[in-house]
Structures are given as structure tokens and as C-alpha cells.
Design a protein. Structure first.
Length: 339
């Protein structure tokens, strides 16, 4: 992996006063699975639409394989497969007929259509349902047919908008497996937008966290985890046997420990640095059995929480400033009072 396939530079989209995407700088490399994470309204779909050349940026540029996404939308369409959050099919046609329709739209020969649709249906394990009307398909089957549909084009790059939305755990597992195959076995580049955290943790090489149109963090999950870890105090969950006042007092006297509290049947130990190995050897040498030891933070939930809380606090501060400015403006220019 090395060659940059998708690149955005200062990419911005405004809808009137609203900035849906703000100065987005992103580089996605060949073969990577990149997760664009963020809550509803963060700007993920708008970013995708700009990459597909379906909406024009207000500023900045986006390129895929060196092609400008806005000026060369047709060129982009040839190499990028797009799976929308709710792929639409002709309900009265079968899965196979729907794929053939896509094949014809893409100028494939009938022979090629048969070959590719057989392969794709096999890939997404829909052979048995291939000749049933898509109106009878479940959500999971429609998503898998959506992937088969994307594969008809044999695209180098696949962009998926909220692909796992509404899937049951089994449907989710199957879809994640397919995505991994398409990247690791086929060498395709995948951009997945989602507000569902755990899927991303499992399959993405890198993630970008998107809040209010801003990319607030970008990197490998582990790196982002370290960033969280560095900026917060260490918090350790600990269950020991025996669990008595003596051990509580002994742990509280350990170097680096700033506080210890009992939460249910476990202790939560706050410290200034990572004390896991020090604590393990102390407890071991004093004949305590460790039943549970877990450093809080550093997982995707903690990363997400930290960035979201920070971004939300900043957004609130900006909104408050704007309100104060408005009130001041009213008072100065319109003679209105502040409430
Ligand atoms: N055509 C539009 N006109 C006005 N505002 C829009 C338009 N499209 C999107 N927005 C606004 O831009 C912001 C980003 O929307 P976007 O759909 O890109 O977010 P998202 O992260 O994809 O969330 P969701 O999953 O809810 O679609 C939102 O505040 C949305 O209301």
C-alpha cells in the first residue's frame, strides 16, 4: 500500500449559511479500507456526493486516480462503484435480471454479463435467490445484491454509504466479510461511511472521525487510541480475590496511584501513568488473584466519545459566541436589550 487513490484538498461544501463539509484534506491509499465515521448530519454523504461528482464543491478539490471528481464525473463513474445506503432495484425483476440491467447500462456484452453476474451472485452467496424477484428480498439480501451490482462494473474503488444500516448481526457479519475480501483479496480500495462504530473497528485500516463537517481525527485506530490515552489520566478496572479493605489500602499506596474507588465488585484505580505491570507483580507477590484487569479508554468508543465531546463543546462555545455577538449587535444597532 502506498499509492494515493483518493485525495481531497480543502474540500468544502456550503448550503447557504450551513457548512456541510469544511476544508477536508484526505488521502486514501490503494487497497485500503477507510472508514469515514461520524454521527448523522456530520457531512459524510455530502463528501461522498462530491467524490462521485454528483454535487459540486463550494471550494477545494477532490481527485480519484488523479481525475478531478467534478470535471471528470464520467471518468470517475467508470472506475468507482457506489453503494448507496438504500440501493434501489426493480422489484418486479429478479436479482439476476437487475444485475443484467446494470451490465447493459455499463455497455457489457451479454456473454460478459452472464459471466460477471454468475461470479458476483456466487461471491455474495445469492445463487439460490438469484431468480427470485427482488421485491421478496430481505434487507440483508438487498445489501448483498447491492454489492453484486457494484461488482458488475469490476471497480477499482468502492464507496459505500452506511452499508450496514438496519442489518441483523448475521447480515452484518456477512457484509463485513465481503468488504474485507474485496479489499484484501481483490486489492480494491474501499471508502465506507458509517455511524456504527464496531464494524469499523473490525475491518478498517484507517478511520477519519467527522463531526459537524470537520475531520477532527484521522489515522489507525491504535494511533487514535494512543492520542486518547496520552491526553487523559489512566483508569484501570481491577477485580482481585480476596477483595478487602487491606488490598484497597495497599493499592492506594502504590507509586503513581492518584485515587481508588469501589464500583460494585471491582476497583477503579486512577493513576498518572500505566501501572498495570507494576500492580500485577505487586498483587502476585502478595498472593492476590487478579480476576479482571482492564485499562479504560483507548478503544473506539473512548476515541469517539472524546472527539465528539470536544467537538460538541467547541460547537456550543461558537454558538454561544454567535448569540452574544447577535445580542450585542441588536443592542448597538437596533436598540434592542439583552435578555
Ligand atoms: N441539499 C442540502 N441542502 C441543505 N442542507 C443540506 C443538504 N444536504 C445536506 N445538508 C446538510 O448538510 C449537513 C451534512 O449532511 P450529510 O447528509 O452530508 O450528513 P451525513 O453525515 O451523511 O449524515 P446522514 O447519515 O444523516 O445523511 C447536514 O446538516 C444536512 O442537513
Amino acid at each position: 500500500m502506498g499509492e494515493v487513490i483518493i485525495q481531497t484538498s480543502g474540500l468544502t461544501k456550503r448550503y447557504g449559511e450551513k457548512i456541510a463539509v469544511n476544508q477536508l484534506n484526505l488521502s486514501i491509499k490503494k487497497g485500503e479500507i477507510f472508514g469515514l465515521l461520524g454521527p448523522n448530519g456530520a457531512g459524510k454523504t455530502t463528501t461522498i456526493l462530491m467524490l462521485l461528482g454528483l454535487t459540486e464543491p463550494s471550494a477545494g478539490t477532490a481527485t480519484i486516480c488523479g481525475m478531478d471528481c467534478t470535471r471528470n464525473a464520467l471518468g470517475i463513474k467508470k472506475i468507482v462503484g457506489y453503494l448507496p445506503d438504500n440501493p434501489g432495484f426493480y422489484q418486479d425483476l429478479t436479482g439476476r435480471q437487475n444485475l443484467a440491467f446494470t451490465g447493459r447500462l455499463n455497455g457489457l456484452s451479454e456473454e460478459e454479463i452472464k459471466k460477471r453476474s454468475d461470479e458476483a451472485l456466487n461471491r455474495v452467496r445469492l445463487e439460490d435467490a438469484a431468480d427470485k424477484k427482488t421485491g421478496t428480498y430481505s434487507k440483508g439480501m438487498r445489501q448483498r445484491l447491492g454489492i453484486a451490482d457494484v461488482l458488475m462494473k469490476d471497480p477499482e474503488i468502492i464507496i459505500m454509504d452506511e452499508p450496514t444500516l438496519g442489518l441483523d448481526p448475521e447480515g452484518m457479519r456477512e457484509l463485513l466479510e465481503l468488504m474485507t475480501q474485496m479489499s484484501k483479496e481483490d486489492g480494491r480500495t474501499l471508502l465506507i461511511s458509517s455511524h456504527q462504530l464496531y464494524q469499523v473497528q473490525q475491518i478498517c485500516d484507517r478511520v477519519g472521525i467527522f463531526v459537524n463537517g470537520n475531520l477532527v481525527a484521522c489515522g489507525e485506530i491504535e494511533d487514535l487510541g494512543h492520542q486518547v490515552q496520552d491526553s487523559t489520566k489512566y483508569s484501570l478496572e481491577l477485580q482481585v480475590d480476596p477483595c478487602d479493605d487491606k488490598v484497597l489500602a495497599e493499592i492506594s499506596r502504590q507509586p503513581g496511584v492518584s485515587s481508588i474507588q469501589k464500583e460494585g465488585n471491582m476497583f477503579v484505580v486512577e493513576s498518572k501513568y500505566d501501572i498495570r505491570s507494576q500492580l500485577t507483580s505487586f498483587l502476585g507477590s502478595h498472593e492476590y488473584t487478579i480476576q479482571h484487569l482492564h485499562q479504560r479508554g483507548g478503544d473506539l468508543d473512548a476515541i469517539y466519545r472524546m472527539y465528539f465531546e470536544r467537538a460538541e463543546a467547541e460547537a456550543e462555545a461558537i454558538a454561544m459566541k454567535a448569540t452574544q455577538k447577535g445580542k450585542l449587535h441588536n443592542r448597538l444597532f437596533r436598540g434592542g436589550g439583552t435578555k
